[in-house]
Design a protein around this ligand. Structure first.
Ligand SMILES: *Cc1c(COP(=O)(O)O)cnc(C)c1O
Length: 392
C-alpha cells in the first residue's frame, strides 16, 4: 500500500523511532514480534471473539435520514459510540492487551488525558487480570473526576503527574519513563496512532476493523464498498486512521480529518496541528507539531479533552503533506452547535471530540454524495461541558 508504513517505520518523511537508548530493547522486542503475533490464527480468533462479544462489534452503519435531508446528501454514521466504554478506543486496548499476553507481560502502563484511554485500558486489564498503572496529569485529574473514579473502580492505580503543564503530554512522558524502568514485565499501551514505530502502525491495524466492517456494510446498502467522503475528528488520529485504513489507496474516496481550532486558529488557544504545526519530534516520532520559534512544544487547547494534543500521528502528517487527506479545523462553539444539532435531528448526543466532525458539512461539496462520518464516541462523559455551554 502506498500510504502504508515502510520497513523503517516511516510514512513519507514522518514517523520513525526517535527514542532514548534506554527504550531500545523494549521497542525492538515489540518491533520484532508485533506483526508475526497479530497475524496468527489464534491471535485473530481471540481478538475477533472479544470484539464481537465484549466490545459489541460490528458496530452499526446508520443512515442519518434527517441529517441527510438537511444537507442534501446521504450521510451514514459509523456507530463507534456504541462500543463498550463508549468510544473506539477499546478496539486498540483489546488488541494490545492480547499482544501483551503473547509477549508474556503481566503489567500494563498507559497515559491518559481526558481519561477515555485510561478507562479503556483499565477495562481490558481487569478483563485479563493484569496490573494496571495509569499516568494522568494533575490538571486532568481534577477536571475529569468521573473517569478517574471509573479507573479506580476497575482496579487501576492512577498516578498523578505534576511535571510540565500537568496534562497529556507530561503524562505520556511519565508513562514512557515508567516503561524504561520496568522493561521486563510491563507493556506500554499507547492510546492513539502516535509514538515511536511500530505504535502508529500497530494501533492503526487494531482500529482498522472499523473500515473493514464499513466495506461490507456499504456494499449492502449502497451496492458499492466505498463512499465519496469519510469524515473523522483527529486528536492523535486513531479513529480517523481506523476508518480510513482500507480506503487509503482508493483515490475516489475523499478523506477528511477535522481538528480542534479551540477559540480560533489565531487565538493561541487551539489544537489545529496541521494548520499551525511544523515538523518536529514528539513522543518518539517525527511529525507535525505545534511549537514556538525555539522548538518548544506549545500548550494545546480545545473544549474537548480528547483533541487537546499538540501533535498528530505521522500517518496523518503524511496524508496532509501528500494532499491525500484534507484537514479542516472547527472552533469550540461550532463543534458544540453541531453536537446539539445531531442530538436534535437524530437523537444521538455525541462526544464533543466527535461533534467537531459534524460541523463541516457546509464547507464540503457533498450534495448528493455518500458521506460516512465516524461517530467516534458518545457524549455521556461530556454532559458537564454541554451543561456549562448551556445553549440548547
Ligand atoms: C480519544 C478520543 C478521540 C481522539 O483520539 P483519536 O486518536 O484522534 O481518535 C476522538 N473521539 C473520542 C470519542 C475519543 O474518546
Amino acid at each position: 500500500m502506498k500510504y502504508d508504513v515502510n520497513k523503517t517505520g516511516y510514512y513519507g518523511k514522518f514517523g520513525g523511532s526517535y527514542i532514548p537508548e534506554m527504550l531500545y530493547s523494549n521497542i525492538e522486542e515489540l518491533n520484532k514480534n508485533y506483526l508475526s503475533i497479530i497475524n496468527t490464527k489464534s491471535f485473530n480468533k481471540n481478538f475477533n471473539y472479544l470484539l464481537k462479544h465484549y466490545v459489541g462489534r460490528p458496530t452499526p452503519l446508520y443512515f442519518a435520514k434527517r441529517l441527510s435531508k438537511k444537507y442534501g446528501s446521504k450521510i451514514y454514521l459509523k456507530r463507534e459510540d456504541l462500543c463498550h466504554t463508549g468510544a473506539h478506543k477499546i478496539n486498540n486496548t483489546v488488541g494490545q492487551i492480547l499482544l501483551a499476553k503473547e509477549l508474556k507481560k503481566s503489567k500494563i502502563v498507559a497515559e491518559t488525558g481526558a481519561g477515555q484511554h485510561g478507562v479503556a485500558t483499565a477495562t481490558v486489564c481487569s478483563l485479563m487480570g493484569m496490573d494496571c498503572i495509569i499516568y494522568m496529569g494533575e490538571v486532568d485529574i481534577s477536571r475529569q473526576r468521573p473517569n478517574v473514579e471509573r479507573m479506580k473502580i476497575l482496579g487501576a492505580e492512577v498516578r498523578s503527574v505534576t511535571s510540565g503543564s500537568k496534562t497529556l503530554k507530561d503524562a505520556t512522558n511519565e508513562a514512557m519513563r515508567h516503561w524504561i524502568n520496568n522493561p521486563n514485565d510491563t507493556h506500554y499501551i499507547i492510546g492513539s496512532v502516535v509514538g515511536p514505530h511500530p505504535y502508529p502502525d500497530m494501533v492503526a491495524r487494531f482500529q482498522s476493523v472499523i473500515s473493514e466492517e464499513l466495506l461490507l456494510q456499504l456494499k449492502e446498502v449502497e451496492g458499492r464498498e466505498y463512499p465519496d467522503y469519510i469524515l473523522a475528528c483527529v486528536g492523535g488520529g486513531s479513529n480517523a486512521a481506523g476508518i480510513y485504513y482500507h480506503y487509503l489507496d482508493n483515490l475516489k474516496v475523499n478523506l477528511v480529518g477535522i481538528e480542534a481550532a479551540g477559540l480560533g486558529i489565531e487565538s493561541k488557544k487551539s489544537a489545529a496541528t496541521t494548520q499551525l504545526g511544523k515538523e518536529g519530534v514528539l513522543h518518539g516520532s517525527k511529525t507535525l507539531l505545534m511549537q514556538d520559534e525555539n522548538g518548544q512544544v506549545t500548550e494545546p487547547y480545545s473544549i474537548s479533552a480528547g483533541l487537546d494534543y499538540p501533535g498528530i500521528g505521522p500517518l496523518h502528517a503524511h496524508l496532509y503533506d501528500s494532499k491525500r487527506g484534507q484537514y479542516l479545523s472547527v472552533e469550540d462553539n461550532d463543534a458544540m452547535k453541531a453536537g446539539i444539532e445531531l442530538s436534535r435531528l437524530e437523537g444521538i448526543i455525541p462526544a464533543i471530540e466527535t461533534a467537531h466532525a459534524f460541523a463541516v458539512f457546509d464547507r464540503l461539496n457533498i450534495k448528493d454524495k455518500v458521506v460516512v462520518v465516524n461517530l467516534s464516541g458518545r457524549g455521556d462523559k461530556d454532559l458537564e461541558t454541554y451543561i456549562k455551554w448551556g445553549k440548547y
